[in-house]
Design a protein around this ligand. Sequence first.
Ligand code: MD3
Ligand code: FE
Length: 218
Amino acid sequence: MTQNECPGLDLFPDRAPVRKPGPASWLLRGLALEDEAAVLAGLNRILSASPLRNMTTPNGMMSVRTSSCGDFGWVSDQRGYRYAPLDPHSSQPWPEMPEVFYKLAHTAAARAGFGDFVPDSCLINQYAAGSGMGLHQDKNERSFDQPIVSVSLGIPAVFLFGGMKRTDPAVKIPLYHGDVMVWGDEDRLRYHGVMPVQPGHHPILANHRINLTFRKAG
Ligand code: MD3
Ligand code: FE
């Protein structure tokens, strides 16, 4: 008997393979697991050239450590945020985006109904226990008609999905290793954040959560 034939036995609705937290948002549970080894190898290559670092924002130091790959990386300092073609740490272009990253972002977007998503930027966020991200909007990208794809790796986190105003109530969505989310259209400018991550252990990423965020930034 399938879950649908017997909804009363759906003990873990949380782990349903596909969920839609908003009209144009998709949660694709475990999609990245198909390419897990290649994604982790790509990540290691990127981080050896452009290591994770704590960036400063106009509001102070971030608890999350970041790096990037692709044509543009997300950078922040006292002056504010922007997408930049060079890593300010190395003064070199950001590492190239691995082929498997394009494939994963493209596949996820296509499953959510966004054809031909070709990201030019992948932001890498690393969370340790206690790190989180307050509610914010992502509005530094040139085109809001392109979706954003995000890949969760390592220890779990609770994602906060709010509304169009900071004070709108936020839905809590637990995200696990391999989960992929796609956000587009009317959900693209919704407030969102990450609750402080609880201590945990992952066999490969140890005591960290890593999030990959794919965007068309330029
Ligand atoms: C929902 N990062 O880097 S990624 C960020 O888990 C950021 O590291 C979070 O928010 C993280 O800016 C979440 C997913 C994400 C990105 C953009 C969104 C979710 C979004 C834009 C609109 C709605
Ligand atoms: Fe964001």
